[in-house]
Design a protein around this ligand. Structure first.
Ligand code: SF4
Length: 169
């Protein structure tokens, strides 16, 4: 996997202070995408063990308290990225207790493959759906267009019949 950008301190992509990784590779090609430079899988820099170690270190750094990790792109759920993102998410779960994990994808939650679902099972929040230019609204929280949903996966796991949207419900 390659990554396009890493922000060790970020207050834009998700709630609170976070670390944010923008991976490379997206096959959705949404018209109006503001991140077209992340579409190529081989763009950016290789995501290696040192980068994974850095994210774990940053999340555990008590000098700047981060609420969690945000995964964006590109698309972290691109099939070629899934094994690598899954490995990172597993590390965060075991080595960074108490941190939440948010992920943005152009795929729809209902359409995910078994491999993508295995990864999503370890997330707290999934923001899903392609960016739709006609539904774009800069006033929306944590999403670019109103078709996208901010799914509270923890509420759903606790027994909700539908997956609540953190901003709509
Ligand atoms: S899913 Fe996101 S990164 Fe991919 S094309 Fe759409 S807006 Fe761009």
């Amino acid at each position: 996997m390659h990554y396009h950008q890493y922000y060790p301190v970020d207050v834009i992509n998700g709630p609170g202070t976070r670390a944010t990784l923008f991976v490379s590779g997206c096959e959705h090609q949404c018209p109006g995408c503001y991140n077209q430079s992340t579409w190529r899988l081989d763009g950016g820099k290789p995501f290696d063990e040192a980068m994974s170690d850095r994210i774990i270190h940053d999340l555990n750094d008590s000098r700047i308290k981060r609420r969690g990790l945000s995964l964006s792109g590109g698309d972290p759920l691109h099939p070629a990225n899934v094994p690598h993102v899954l490995a990172l998410v597993k590390r965060v779960r075991t080595e960074c207790p108490g941190k939440d994990i948010w992920c943005w994808t152009g795929y729809l939650l209902a359409d995910l493959s078994p491999a993508q679902r295995e990864l999503v099972a370890l997330l707290d929040v999934l923001v899903d759906g392609r960016f739709e230019k006609a539904l774009a609204d800069p006033g929306l929280l944590w999403r670019g267009s109103s078709n996208q949903m901010v799914h509270d996966l923890n509420a759903w796991r606790k027994g909700g019949e539908r997956i609540p949207c953190l901003v709509c419900s």
